[in-house]
Design a protein around this ligand. Structure first.
Ligand SMILES: Cc1cc2nc3c(=O)[nH]c(=O)nc-3n(C[C@H](O)[C@H](O)[C@H](O)COP(=O)(O)OP(=O)(O)OC[C@H]3O[C@@H](n4cnc5c(N)ncnc54)[C@H](O)[C@@H]3O)c2cc1C
Length: 619
């Protein structure tokens, strides 16, 4: 048992080391969320709401008009779901519209859309057909075009980007059967041959979206380790692999609960010979490349989720008005009215978070890694709940397939498909748990940076004394400021009394969050990194604060554009009231919780101590 524990600790340490190596340490630009956890509110990054510029909007509107017509007339989403296939006619139509080059710069033949217009397009597709949205997103949010745009050489861009713009399909291959959230254990290798002019890739990649039909794939593989200070350092490198390279095999097409039309597979690589020119960014940069690609790549997911929420809401509203039970439309029964109300306010918050974060990407003056992670976490969880609520509101029809509804003469409303399609968003491009860990790691980083060198046995006594002095002076000024601070929101946030109190709450609570995080750090020291329940609560509080700030800013902007309609403020008010209650509950749970008992019982269950509960079932 002790031996096993020791092995587990070594494996964990190795995984952490690889993750830390790949972590982006520097912050070139400010981050609203990053600073929120230290009690510093950069309101200027959120206010005024960064509305889309008129020229960019015109470009987007023009494209969206064509896209909407195409989706309505040529994409039968139920048939794609039924046949598990996106037909060639749809693929061709998408090519003709330029959908495979939405984000590819114009100089390479793409449409060169901004992040906002790209997300608007992906949202529109997602509101109609999840499979088609994922096809396009896997291709250019994370597939080869994105890392090439970020890190490719001129030659690589000139060779591949025009092909993608014309409709060649790409994919992103990181996951393996034994490697999901933790890439340290990656077993796919790329060994140098012929004076390191070529690499031989061997291994397999699982669940690679578009993998079965892709022309070009970015594949992460282990190259020989580097020796640093006598210690081996794992090297993960990104390679461009073409489907016609000998040794590449599509071993299996996977099928799922939802997204039936996606082409997702198990890919095998047997001595696939790849020239060194196909390395993106350089040897050993592959994991960092994958993580940075995902930082903006995962922005498509919240846009898609927001669109799915809007469509679910539309269906729920329509049905709640039409369906009469117990003498009244079901929407008039309080249980359903309140569901609709909260769905509406949450959808507005999702919209606000998504477009704020997308505009931050376009503005290029904010480091969006945490905003994108929060947008992904917040919108995927919310979309899943909203899809579930829309199924509930549709009652039995919510559970019935569109084909079955059509078959007996009813309108084929596909909420059942929406629910199935929505579930995966909590898993792909960083699971909710991994998003929590990712955000938490950055939230505690300012403290870790100061504390770790003091606790490390590798720091000399003289350095330790120096570091203790530095930490003392830093906290001597920083900590009192978390209790007594100058309010900054008035300078930036021009909001009406309806939402003013929420802005004040965000400011006050960010200081409370900073204090509580500091207290937790002082109590648990570096052990805090392992206290996932505590950290998750901090991240949930931070996420709600970010969503509140985005929602109030969005509402203020919309009301400024149309002062006669105070609806956005009303929705912001409701969302913020609910978020405030959640935040208060999380703070309370930080003081009074059953964490230890929950953990103990979980471990006992895992050890089989509650097997008596697993009786009376078919095993
Ligand atoms: C439809 C679909 C499409 C996909 N597309 C792609 C693609 O295009 N390219 C690609 O490379 N991959 C793709 N994936 C893989 C996807 O990214 C992974 O499923 C995801 O990263 C999670 O990995 P896993 O499934 O192995 O789960 P695991 O990593 O085994 O995790 C299982 C559970 O444990 C939790 N967990 C893991 N580690 C921790 C931890 N340290 N602390 C707390 N909880 C933890 C996870 O959150 C999860 O709930 C796809 C998967 C699916 C199903």
């Amino acid at each position: 048992m002790e031996l096993l524990k020791g092995k587990e600790n070594i494996e964990k340490a190795k995984s952490l080391e690889v993750a830390e190596e790949a972590r982006e340490e520097s912050w070139k630009y400010p981050s609203f969320v990053g600073d929120l956890f230290t009690g510093k509110l950069r309101w200027e990054l959120v206010f005024p709401f960064p509305a889309q510029g008129p020229e960019d909007k015109r470009i987007g509107d023009e494209f969206l008009k064509k896209l909407e017509t195409f989706l309505k007339t040529r994409v039968d989403a139920d048939a794609i779901d039924r046949n598990s296939l996106i037909p060639d006619s749809v693929m061709q139509g998408l090519r003709e519209l330029g959908c495979f080059g939405l984000k590819i710069p114009k100089e390479y033949g793409g449409l060169g859309l901004s992040q906002i217009n790209y997300n608007r397009a992906m949202a529109m597709v997602a509101s109609h057909c999840g499979s088609t949205a994922v096809l396009l997103s896997a291709h250019q949010s994370i597939g080869v075009p994105q890392p090439l745009k970020l890190f490719g050489t001129k030659a690589q861009k000139e060779k591949y980007l025009p092909l993608f713009a014309k409709g060649a399909i790409s994919a992103f291959a990181l996951t393996e059967p034994e490697v999901g959230s933790d890439p340290a254990k990656m077993s796919t290798t790329a060994m140098p041959i012929e004076n390191e002019n070529f690499y031989l890739i061997n291994g397999q990649k699982l669940w690679c979206t578009n993998g079965t039909i892709a022309d070009v794939i970015v594949v992460m593989a282990k190259t020989p380790p580097k020796i640093v200070n006598g210690k081996e350092k794992t090297q993960i490198t990104a390679f461009i692999v073409e489907k016609n390279m000998p040794g590449f095999e599509v071993a299996h097409r996977c099928s799922f609960m939802g997204l039936k039309g996606i082409q997702n597979g198990l890919l095998k690589f047997h001595d696939v010979k790849v020239p060194k020119e196909n390395i993106i960014w350089g040897l050993g940069q592959g994991l960092k490349l994958a993580l940075i690609t995902l930082n903006t790549g995962r922005m498509t997911v919240p846009a898609a989720c927001t669109a799915m929420a809007k469509k679910s809401l539309l269906i729920a509203r329509d049905w709640s008005n039409k369906r009469v039970q117990w003498g009244a439309p079901i929407g008039h029964h309080e249980a359903i009215t309140s569901k609709i109300s909260l769905m509406t306010a949450t959808t507005f918050a999702m919209d606000s978070v998504t477009w704020l974060a997308s505009a931050m990407v376009d503005g290029g003056k904010v480091d969006v890694r945490l905003e994108a992670a929060m947008a992904k976490l917040f919108c995927t969880e919310a979309a899943w709940r909203i899809a579930d609520d829309s199924v509930q509101i549709r009652g039995g029809r919510g559970y019935e397939t569109a084909d079955s509804l059509r078959g007996r003469g009813e309108e084929p409303i596909p909420v059942e498909r929406f629910l199935r399609d929505a579930r995966i968003n909590l898993i792909i491009e960083g699971t909710s748990e991994i998003m929590h860990l990712f955000i938490a790691r950055e939230a505690i980083d300012p403290h870790l940076k100061r504390i770790l060198p003091i606790l490390s046995s590798r720091t000399s006594l003289a350095d330790k004394i120096k570091k203790i002095g530095e930490a003392f002076w830093h906290y001597a000024f920083w900590y009192p400021r978390q209790w007594m601070y100058l309010s900054r929101w008035r300078k930036h946030a021009k909001v009406s009394p309806a939402v003013k109190r929420h802005i004040r709450f965000v400011e006050k609570t960010s200081h409370k969050l900073a204090r509580n995080l500091f207290h937790a750090m002082a109590i648990h020291q570096q052990g805090l990194e392992k206290r996932q329940q505590i950290l998750a609560r901090f991240v949930n509080i931070g996420t709600d604060l970010f969503a509140m700030a985005a929602t109030c800013s969005h509402a203020a902007y919309l009301v400024s554009q149309n002062p006669s309609d105070r609806g956005p403020e009303e929705l912001a008010d409701l969302f913020c009231r609910e978020a405030t209650l959640r935040i208060q509950r999380e703070f309370l749970a930080q003081r009074r919780n059953d964490d230890k008992m929950i953990y103990r019982i979980g471990r006992k269950m895992l050890e089989g101590k509650y097997q008596w509960l697993e009786t009376g079932i078919v095993k």
